[in-house]
Design a protein around this ligand. Sequence first.
Ligand code: 4AD
Ligand code: MG
Length: 431
Amino acid sequence: MATKTTIGEARNYIGESVTIGCWLHGKRSSGKIQFLQLRDGSGFMQAVVVKNEVSEAVWEAASSLTQESSLYVSGVIREDSRSKIGYEMTVENVEVIQISTDYPITPKEHGVDFLMDHRHLWIRSPRQRAILVIRAQIIQAVQQFFNERGFHLVDPPILTPSSCEGTTNLFQTKYFDEDAYLTQSGQLYMEAAAMALGRVYSFGPTFRAEKSKTRRHLIEFWMIEPEMAFVDHEENLRIQEQFVSHIVQSVLQNCRKELETLERDTSKLENVLAPFPRISYDDAVKFLNEKGFEFTWGEDFGAPHETAIAENYDKPVFIERYPTSFKAFYMKPDPQRPEVVLCADLIAPEGYGEIIGGSQRIDDPQLMEQRFEEHELPKEAYAWYLDLRKYGSVPHSGFGLGLERTVAWICGLDHVRETIPFPRLLYRLYP
Ligand code: 4AD
Ligand code: MG
């Protein structure tokens, strides 16, 4: 048998005969020639079967192939300037593994519900493959960024006895005889880890039982959460803008073909380079009022507000120093103005909304105790967290980047449901 390779690696075998395991994505025939569109996960390639150049059996095997049939194909790799990947195969042999019948996803248009019900097959399409490849590249860029800067990867627990981001959207479950919750954020545990390892980051699934059916919300989503000892609000923002620039530039460098498949306007991504613009919550409110929005100081922004603010910039924009009243209990008040906290949300351009939420954390034990009373949090469940302010408390900051919203923005997608292999959405747990 010829050397076994993949479509992606076949570029290294120009002029040689190779074998590739693959699926039939599509086919065209002109009577004496069949053009097979093949896919194997590493890419898409055309293979040409010429009737006069192969045996009857090979011609028949190729003719029998239907959409998504599996096969081993062997032949010579030839350079071809018309091909998107620069080469194609002249087929010598076809070994059918399985003929697929009635593949439900045809090249015609399908409705979203139909595609979502067939998500396990839908991910085979060129577009969905491109998104998942970019998602994997983003994850790689995240790990590279932190590993090169002395951060340690720490894994916080998924099952927790208490909440991090308020109690309204907690997923409750039983932990033998106790009540437990699926984590909304690993942050509180990452704060403990930062006191042990200095600079840490986590990457894991988080859960929010949000009853909101929007194009930005998933029930299960993945978050990257760095936490840094001896880092203040200002330094936190500088790390975030470098981090997001690194991710975007890394996708531009490594996923050109996938961005092309998605027809992404990459000029909008090219200038995503640090530093990013900043606007205070106060100025954002003024701006919205000037734009005609009825909005009073002390309210939280909704998606239309974020979009209106982001429209002024061609890069992500930080909105900083939100009112203390509606932000999380752990955020440090601005010493000059305790009615606002040292926090920022990073809003992506082009209407993609908040991709990062972060803040400097309260390090003063008395103030933290006070917040527990104000927010009526059960001190017993958080005794360990209060210990962090008792034994060598230090200024520290961190943030959480939502992976799926980042993928949606970089890929230019209408909805987060396509950013994760098997989305968990309101009223959708299948497949
Ligand atoms: O702003 P959030 O709620 O912040 C936290 O959870 C902090 N504890 C993070 C930290 O400081 N360590 O969530 C952070 C990000 C949001 O900016 C958004 O990108 C994403 O997580 N996110 C969601 N993504 C998809 N679906 C949802 N339901 C999301 N909720 C938040
Ligand atoms: Mg937030």
